[in-house]
Design a protein around this ligand. Structure first.
Ligand SMILES: Cc1cc2nc3c(=O)[nH]c(=O)nc-3n(C[C@H](O)[C@H](O)[C@H](O)COP(=O)(O)OP(=O)(O)OC[C@H]3O[C@@H](n4cnc5c(N)ncnc54)[C@H](O)[C@@H]3O)c2cc1C
Length: 539
């Protein structure tokens, strides 16, 4: 571990130097450099988390595995930082011969082929079970209840939902309701599971991981929308609105959806243009929205609209509304507001992430009563802030979704590699496969531990930057790991009948929603690096 620590420290220094060189520049002038640095920062922070994790006491076998995982992960991080800087040293303020090769003393040992194959063998021997997670008793209990539910109620239906593009069946929604899942982000005083005055992001992460292991679309993403809606209403809603909506969100009745994205704008939330025009008792909504996931089934949709067209800067002209409507099970719907006007929706056919349907929607003079304006009169023009508050937990949750999905693909890959023989040997016997297994296992462990640490930070009202970092890192890793899980299956991996093909297509959307990769890397992480650099948090 000493070698890993030494070279991780040196990597941090290089990173800081590169950031220092860019400081003060305009984001768009150094996009390419910032994008790479954002990913390196995510890996560096994950590596730091892994060093701490490896040092926590555990019984011998677990301890040895944790150390091996941490060393290989840190070595990959250091090598990857070097390779990014070496692509264009002068852009980061180094001379073309100014980067030394000392780090090779780490990679040469920690990424030695024999050692990586041994690491893979360790994971193989335990059927892909990740090293000890160091969760407390309460979270461990949550994990086992949700694992059992997901295994018994979701896994048997997941393939059919995906292949036939079905809506999540009521049996799953009912089960999630009974387990209290929709109320994970709602305080107890409003009927939820979150202790009053406390946060429990770790519980949300663990539950999300377990549901996503079974299915990203049909289970793992069910609690994302209630989480966003609860946070936004807690932030901006009047007391009356909290009393009115939060107990329902917690019960999962009504089911809810979030509608921010429009055909003309997604990443640039401040440019939302769906019009909200005041009338005598409320507002008329006019315009298009898109990608409103669960928009058909939801009985309440949180809609971001432009209520103050003249406001400058434009994000101060947005307000948040709760649109109430009946539940629709199909792929299209139309509804007339009791107060006048209509809203229609049409599901968009997608590559993966099926089960909730994401809708293109159109509002035509759709009436929303004044009491559904979040925050009432004083909430006018504050919708952007309430929405951002709502999204604050979504990034961490998306990392947890990625983590569950990766675990499913990893375990399926190991299991198949064990059974399948090529050239008279099990696929899992070959060093190349073992190396894949070792790297996959290390990366998933890092994502998981990183997400637990960010959960702890968020519960202390910190960790916004780290939530973006873990999301960036986890979602990119999920694309690679689900690819490897599929690849190990050879041709069968490409067949729809194997869940690994579903994991692969499901993983693709993770880097797009809840903050697209580029937006997070440039406008959140990159912006902060240019202004203040990065200071590692105290764990
Ligand atoms: C399956 C699915 C479900 C979704 N569910 C919901 C939902 O429930 N509610 C909701 O409101 N939205 C939802 N979304 C929408 C999602 O949040 C948006 O797709 C996302 O914010 C990106 O917006 P966009 O698609 O308009 O892409 P754009 O903003 O048009 O971006 C296009 C590309 O440009 C990149 N880019 C952005 N800024 C920069 C820059 N400065 N420099 C260089 N490149 C840049 C982006 O990262 C992206 O790669 C969903 C999307 C999908 C695919």
């Amino acid at each position: 571990m000493d070698l890993a620590k030494k070279h991780l420290d040196a990597a941090w220094k290089l990173f800081d130097r590169a950031c220092g060189h860019l400081k003060g520049r305009a984001i768009d002038d150094v996009q390419i450099e910032l994008y790479d640095l954002a990913f390196s920062l995510a890996e560096l922070v994950a590596s730091q988390v892994m060093i701490d994790y490896a040092e926590r006491p555990a019984e011998d076998t677990e301890h040895a595995l944790k150390r091996a995982v941490a060393e290989s992960f840190v070595a990959e991080t250091v090598a990857s930082l070097h390779s990014r800087l070496r692509l264009r040293p002068r852009a980061y303020g180094f001379t073309t011969d100014g980067l030394d090769n000392n780090y090779l003393e780490l990679t040469d040992v920690a990424l030695d082929p024999k050692r990586l194959a041994e690491l893979g063998q360790l994971f193989r021997d335990r059927d892909g079970r990740l090293p000890i997670d160091h969760l407390d008793d309460e979270s461990t209990l949550m994990r086992s209840s949700f694992r059992q539910f997901a295994q018994e109620q979701v896994v048997p239906l997941a393939e059919q939902i995906h292949r036939e593009d079905l809506l999540v069946p009521d049996s799953i929604i009912e089960g999630v309701r009974e387990l209290g899942c929709f109320g994970l982000s709602v305080p107890e005083r409003y009927g939820g599971l979150k202790p009053d005055g406390e946060e429990n992001s770790l519980g949300m992460v663990v539950v999300t991981e377990e549901l996503s292991r079974a299915s990203l679309g049909a289970a793992g993403s069910l609690i994302t929308r209630p989480e966003i809606m609860a946070r936004a209403i807690l932030e901006g809603g009047t007391d009356e609105q909290k009393q009115r909506w939060l107990p329902g969100v917690a019960r999962g009745d009504p089911l809810v959806a979030i509608s921010v994205t429009e055909p003309g704008t997604g990443s640039d939330v401040a440019s939302v243009s769906l019009r909200a025009t005041p009338t005598k008792d409320g507002w008329l909504l006019n315009g298009g929205k898109t990608w409103c996931t669960f928009g058909g089934k939801a009985g309440a949709i949180l809609v971001l609209a432009r209520s103050e067209p003249e406001a400058k800067p434009p994000h101060r002209g947005l307000s948040l509304f709760v649109v109430e409507k009946p539940e629709f099970d199909g792929q299209s719907f139309e509804f007339e507001s009791p107060g006048g006007g209509r809203v229609s929706g049409q599901a968009i056919a997608t590559l993966g992430y099926r089960g909730m349907h994401s809708f293109e929607m159109f509002y035509d003079d759709f009436f929303v009563p004044q009491e559904n304006l979040v925050g009432g009169e004083s909430g006018r023009g504050k919708g952007f802030y309430f929405t951002m508050r709502g999204f604050s937990g979504g990034r961490l949750q998306t990392a947890a979704r990625a983590s569950g999905l990766m675990q499913a693909s990893f375990e399926a890959g190991i299991s198949y590699a064990e059974q399948r023989h090529v050239f008279q040997r099990a696929v899992a016997d070959y060093p190349l496969t073992l190396q894949k297994i070792g790297r996959m296992g290390s990366t998933i462990t890092a994502v998981r531990q990183f997400s637990y640490v960010v959960a702890g930070l968020m519960d202390r009202d910190k960790g916004q930057m780290e939530a973006s970092l873990v999301k960036l890192f986890a979602c990119r890793a999920a694309e690679w790991i689900t690819r490897e899980g599929l690849q190990i299956h050879g041709g069968l991996g490409d067949a729809e009948e194997t869940p690994v093909s579903r994991y692969f297509v499901d993983a693709r959307v993770l880097s797009i929603f809840e903050g697209a990769e580029e937006t997070l890397a440039l406008r959140v992480v990159g912006k902060s690096l240019l202004e203040d650099g990065y200071e590692m948090f105290e764990s």
